[in-house]
Design a protein around this ligand. Structure first.
Ligand code: DCP
Ligand code: MG
Length: 442
C-alpha cells in the first residue's frame, strides 16, 4: 500500500493526503490521487516526532457509534451522578453546550438534545482499545486521561516504513475504521505545542506546529494557553497587565522568576516554545486531587468538613472516570501565613470511593484543626493503580463496608435521577462560599 512512499519521503515540498496517504508532488488543493481536500503540508512535516492525540467528543462519539439513530442529533452525555454535562457532541456544542455545565442550563441552550446517561465501563473499555492501538505504534505512549496521550514517534520510521506524520494520519484512519470514533492529532517538536496543535482543528483535526513558527504562533496566543496557567495565575498575570504570550516573550527570565517564582521560569521557557519534557510512558498521573482556596480563611472544623466532603467526591468522580484508584490519601492545608501542611495516610488497599477518601482525610484534618486559620484545603490520593483491586468487598471494617455499599447504591441512584436526588448529610448547606475547586495535579 505504501509503495508510494519509496519516493523521497523527507522532501518537505511533498505533503500527503490524510485520506489515501499518497504523497503530493504538486501544490494543488486536492489530492493528486483521490481528490480529497484533506491535505497536510508543512516545511517541517517529516522532521517532527512528538504527537498528541485526543479523541473527539469521546463519550458522545461512543454513544453515537452504538446508536446510529443519534448520528445527526445533538447528543449530551451526562446528567448522572453529578447532574452536569460530561460531554456534548459537536452538533450540541454549536448551541453552546459544554462539559461541566449544569444539565438544566445545557437543555435551555439546546432543548432538542438527546441526553444519554454515562456508561463509564464502556468508555473505559474503548479508552483501553485506543491506548492499545497507540502502543502498537510505539512503546513511548504517555496517557494523560481516558481519551488522550502523548506519543514520541522517534525511531519508528523503519518499523512502519513511513515517517511519524504519516504514522499519525494512518492511526487516525485505523481508529475510525476499527473503533468507529474519531480523533484529532497534533504534531510538533515538543509536548507543549503538540497538545496545543491537537486542539486546534477539532474534530478530525491534524495540525502541525514547527520549530520555526513556534515563537510567532505563541506570541499571538493568550497566556492561558500555557500549561499550568490556571484561573488563579491568569488573574495574577492580568493584574500585572500581562494577557498575551507576546508580553512574556519580551520579559527577562530573572524578572519573571522574581515575580512568579518557579512558575516564572516555566512562563519564560514555554512562552518561547522551549519545552524539553520527555514523553514518559510511566508518567501516568502520580496523584489525583482537588483543592479549594477560601474567600476568607477558615479555622472551624465544622466549616472545613463539608468542603472536604465535596472535594473528596470530586476526586472520587475523577478516579471512577479514569478507572483508577489510589492507596495513599493526602490532605493538604495552607495556613493563613501561606505555610503548607501535607499529611498522608496509607490504606490497606487502593480506593476510589468518596467516603473512604473523606473519612481518612477527616481523620487527618481533625488533628490539624487546632484553631489555625486555613486559606486552602485540598484532598487527593497517590500511589495510583488500576481499580481492579480497589475497595475489596471484604473490607475488614464493617462500618466502611456499609458505607461503601451505600456509596455504590448512591452512584446508581444518581446515575438514574441526577445528583439532587441524593445528597449526603455533609454536603447539605455548604459552609461559606469557597472558590470552585481547581485540580492540583491530574
Ligand atoms: N469529561 C467529563 N467531565 C469533564 C470533562 C470531560 O466527564 N468536565 C469526560 C467526557 C469526555 C472525556 O472526559 O468525553 C474526554 O474529555 P475531553 O476533554 O477530551 O473532551 P471530549 O473528548 O468529550 O471532547 P473534545 O473533542 O473537545 O476532546
Ligand atoms: Mg477528547
Amino acid at each position: 500500500m505504501f509503495a508510494v512512499m519509496a519516493a523521497p519521503v523527507n522532501n518537505p515540498e511533498h505533503g500527503f493526503c490524510r485520506d489515501c496517504l499518497a504523497l503530493q508532488h504538486s501544490q494543488t488543493r486536492r489530492c493528486d490521487r483521490c481528490g480529497s481536500p484533506r491535505l497536510v503540508r508543512h516545511a517541517e512535516l517529516y522532521r517532527l516526532r512528538i504527537a498528541h492525540i485526543d479523541c473527539d467528543a469521546f463519550y458522545a462519539a461512543i454513544e453515537k457509534r452504538d446508536n446510529p439513530a443519534l448520528k445527526d442529533r445533538p447528543v449530551i452525555v451526562g446528567g448522572g451522578r453529578r447532574g452536569v454535562v460530561s460531554t456534548a457532541c459537536y452538533i450540541a456544542r454549536i448551541q453552546g453546550v459544554r462539559s461541566a455545565m449544569p444539565m438544566f442550563k445545557a437543555l435551555e441552550l439546546c432543548p432538542e438534545a438527546v441526553v444519554v446517561p454515562p456508561n463509564m465501563e464502556k468508555y473505559v473499555g474503548v479508552g483501553r482499545e485506543v491506548r492499545a492501538l497507540m502502543q502498537a505504534l510505539t512503546p513511548q505512549v504517555e496517557p494523560l486521561s481516558i481519551d488522550e496521550a502523548f506519543l514520541d514517534l522517534a525511531g519508528t520510521e523503519r518499523l512502519h516504513g513511513m515517517p511519524p506524520a504519516l504514522v499519525l494520519a494512518r492511526f487516525a484512519q485505523t481508529v475510525e475504521k476499527e473503533l468507529g470514533i474519531t480523533v484529532s492529532a497534533g504534531l510538533s517538536y515538543c509536548k507543549f505545542l503538540a497538545k496545543i496543535a491537537s486542539d486546534f482543528r477539532k474534530p478530525r483535526g491534524f495540525s502541525v506546529i514547527g520549530e520555526a513558527e513556534a515563537p510567532s504562533f505563541l506570541a499571538a496566543q493568550p497566556v492561558t494557553m500555557i500549561w499550568g496557567v490556571g484561573k488563579a495565575l491568569a488573574a495574577t498575570l492580568e493584574r500585572d497587565g500581562i494577557r498575551m504570550i507576546a508580553q512574556l516573550q519580551r520579559m527577562e527570565r530573572g524578572d519573571l522568576m522574581r515575580r512568579y517564582g518557579v512558575m516564572g521560569d516555566r512562563l519564560y521557557r514555554l512562552s518561547r516554545g522551549e519545552d524539553d519534557r520527555p514523553v514518559d510512558p510511566d508518567g501516568d498521573a502520580k496523584s489525583v486531587s482537588a483543592e479549594t482556596t477560601f474567600d476568607t480563611d477558615i479555622a472551624a472544623l465544622a466549616e472545613l468538613v463539608p468542603v472536604l466532603r465535596g472535594l473528596s467526591e470530586k476526586v472520587s468522580a475523577r478516579l471512577k472516570r479514569s478507572g483508577i484508584a489510589g492507596r495513599t490519601v493526602v490532605l493538604k492545608l495552607k495556613t493563613q501565613d501561606f505555610k503548607l501542611r501535607t499529611r498522608n495516610r496509607q490504606l490497606g488497599d487502593p480506593t476510589r470511593l468518596a467516603d473512604r477518601i473523606f473519612q481518612t482525610g477527616l481523620d487527618l484534618l481533625r488533628r490539624e484543626a487546632d484553631g489555625t486559620k486555613f486559606r486552602l484545603l485540598g484532598i487527593g490520593v497517590s500511589d495510583l493503580s488500576d481499580d481492579e483491586k480497589a475497595d475489596p468487598p471484604d473490607l475488614v471494617d464493617v462500618q466502611s463496608r456499609k458505607r461503601a455499599l451505600a456509596e455504590s447504591a448512591m452512584d446508581t441512584l444518581r446515575d438514574k435521577f441526577g445528583r439532587k436526588a441524593v445528597e449526603t448529610g455533609y454536603t447539605f448547606g455548604k459552609g461559606r462560599a469557597a472558590n470552585p475547586p481547581e485540580p492540583l495535579e491530574e
